[in-house]
Write a protein that binds this ligand. Structure first.
Ligand code: 2NE
Length: 275
């Protein structure tokens, strides 16, 4: 695949090719931990991928291996910039802006695939969790650390994890803060498949290629339908937004707009009241 570089960032890299965007956290010396700047850059790149009508799939990954040979997808919030009220940015403002990124990944009408090599730990584990699909390398390691390092994610990190692996397993993961290998993750339904680490990107591209052959509107409606189940009114808004989109695309929907613009009463008489 011929990756074309997108905008240049400090903490991430961004590439596109043939309907696929690739967003890579690039802080391998910190096991790809995120600071506020990392999250702002990720948010901008994900927004770009959402807005680009040629992009249907985003591969989300971490750069590696580091010079010590170890891989990481992401090790969560950068503890060295954690202040009293969050992760402190260059202006001294404490933030938890990764929560905005979680919502964007979850609600964007494109398929986001996490490619996990090495550690997906803490807030980095939650990031892979909320992606639509996860492909794990055989060296992947998963786990939460919150109760060990004085943190927790009681949002998607807890409730959505429980939807995926079940209540007992989710409580085990958070209460014991153990690490799980790729095979264990596969067995608990936390990842979709496991491949050798040097085949990880190729496998992601293969899955993306299969998705890109499918109907974009069918995929976007399905993604919002899966989300609606646990996202309350925000989930319903997302699902209903697709109904509005489809209605705008009908002659019936267009008649209402046209009548307004032509300053005449709308004529909906020709449209059937289907059973
Ligand atoms: C990821 C893990 C298990 C890897 O262990 P290991 O032994 O392979 O590497 P090591 O030596 O711990 O880490 C290598 C370098 O990366 C830094 C380390 O400090 C070390 O730096 P140097 O000593 O070489 O200078 N590093 C790794 N993770 C970091 C991090 N998160 N922040 C800052 N520096 C980090 C092991 O490194 C580990 O357990 N890391 C911490 C994982 C963690 O607890 N993350 C935060 C969870 S809380 C969170 O993410 C969160 C939340 O709960 C709610 C909202 C938002 C975020």
């Amino acid at each position: 695949i011929d990756w074309k570089p997108g905008k240049t960032y400090e903490d991430i890299t961004y590439h596109k090719s043939d309907g696929i965007a690739k967003i890579t956290i690039n802080r391998p010396h910190k096991r790809n931990a995120f600071r506020p700047k990392t999250v702002f850059e990720l948010y901008e790149a994900f927004c770009d991928a959402r807005e680009d009508t040629t992009i249907g799939v985003v591969l989300f990954t971490g750069s590696g291996p580091h010079t010590d040979g170890k891989y990481a997808f992401c090790s969560g919030g950068d503890q060295s910039v954690r202040g009293q009220a969050g992760y402190v940015d260059d202006a001294g403002i404490p933030r938890l802006n990764v929560l905005d990124l979680q919502r964007l990944i979850r609600s964007m009408p494109k398929v986001v695939i996490a490619l996990v090599a090495g550690y997906a730990i803490g807030g980095g584990h939650v990031l892979h969790l909320i992606c639509d699909l996860t492909i794990a390398a055989d060296n992947a390691i998963f786990g939460q650390t919150g109760p060990k390092v004085g943190s927790f994610d009681g949002g998607f990190g807890a409730s959505y994890l429980a939807r995926i692996v079940g209540q007992k397993k989710a409580r085990e993961i958070w209460f014991l803060c153990r690490q799980y290998d790729a095979q264990q993750a596969l067995e608990m339904g936390l990842v979709n498949c496991v491949v050798p680490v040097d085949e990880l990107e190729a496998e992601g591209i293969k899955w993306a290629g299969e998705i890109l052959e499918k109907s974009p509107i069918a995929i976007r409606c399905l993604k919002s339908a899966f989300n609606a189940d646990c996202d309350g009114q925000a989930g319903l808004q997302e699902l209903a937004g697709n109904a509005t989109l489809l209605y705008y695309m009908t002659e019936e929907g267009a008649e209402g707009k046209q009548a307004f613009l032509e300053k005449r009463p709308p004529n909906f008489r020709d449209f059937p009241w289907l059973p």
